[in-house]
Design a binder for this molecule. Sequence first.
Ligand SMILES: Cc1cc2nc3c(=O)[nH]c(=O)nc-3n(C[C@H](O)[C@H](O)[C@H](O)COP(=O)(O)O)c2cc1C
Length: 414
Amino acid sequence: MSVLKGKRVLLGVSGGIAAYKAVELLRLLTKEDAVVDVIMTPTATHFVGPETFRALSGRPVLIDLFDRAGGEGGSTVVIPHLEPAEAADLAIVAPATANTLAKMALGIADNALVTTLLSVTAPVLAAPAMDSDMWLHPATQANVELLRQRGVHFVGPGTGQLARRNVGPGRMAEPEEIVAKARRILQGRSQSQLLAGRRIVVTAGGTREPLDPVRFISNRSSGKMGFALAQAALDLGAEVDLIAAPTALAPPRGCRCVEVETALQMRREVLERLDASDAVIMAAAVADWRAEEVPEHKVKKGDADRWTITLVKNPDIAAEVGARKKSGQVLVAFAAETERLREHATEKLKKKRADLVVANDVSRTEIGFGADENQVTLFYADGRIEELPQMRKEELALELMQRVGRLLAQGGGA
Ligand SMILES: Cc1cc2nc3c(=O)[nH]c(=O)nc-3n(C[C@H](O)[C@H](O)[C@H](O)COP(=O)(O)O)c2cc1C
């Protein structure tokens, strides 16, 4: 049974060429038995007539907050905008024009759609559609970033043929893709208490290993994946300890965040919490090596041509957690590889006694370190292998934490 069955969906249609695709989107949503309230911006009516949406949804279409029932043309009726806002389980804005996104970011309420969206407490999913220049404009990008930070979900835009016959980013996601994303959001919400009562330790970021008081060696981890995992665990109801090596990110609200610098500090903080935790998610990129000796004062350049540093191995925190974990506890390790993914991931699974290894190919620049998206393959201790599609790190984090929840519900790891 579809998670959309019986759900109230508010479908906002703004004024772009892709408005015709919202008709197909509405058809797919109603096919899954969602109850859809369509709200159009006045501009959207230049592209598609409200009658089409009314006929397909079987419900009135809201365009003008002040229109009278059966008013001119009879295509719109009075519906207090607060009713669909309150009733909505999900709001989808498709297409979302540059203008409507800007209004959403600023909280402008000068038409029925953006006014209603200000009252919506359900998740909001936007499917931007516009010319590449409009999409790539710093104003649009800043608005999208702000909306993302506020929790608005986005799907697309993709790259492809645009209205002006040019090719570039800005093409609205296909209706099937929007429905798939809507399902994932609602699924996430229906499992919102999956990790209630669980205590999850998440490590994030790249450790810094000092060479002297001013220099260090580190790696390219941005911490985005780990922070997204902490947020996802919180969203699913867990108590979260985030052990964070230096990053430029603000920790998610509601978690206990401990900031560390080195692998040794991270090890201490993780092991201290191990007994009390249900799962440990090792998303940090922990340096394998540290300088054997760290001088007390800055090493001067002087006349020397060389500085020889001896590196010694750092402890393998994930392997220690694996060796110490008790039955029922779950260990998730990450494998960032540049070659032979499967071989390294299965080796890691055994060596660290992990229950799940999340492996990604960091040689692909569009995913992995620093990127907003990731594509991973999951290797389970029971031999199962699961390849997930490329998606944003926030979405992937939710998918992963749902799997952790299921592993815990099955009695945890070995
Ligand atoms: C033919 C035509 C096509 C348009 N297509 C788009 C589009 O795809 N995306 C977009 O952001 N704006 C597009 N616009 C501009 C918007 O219609 C305009 O910014 C309008 O103010 C949007 O209003 P709304 O966001 O309230 O619907 C188009 C305009 C015209 C005349």
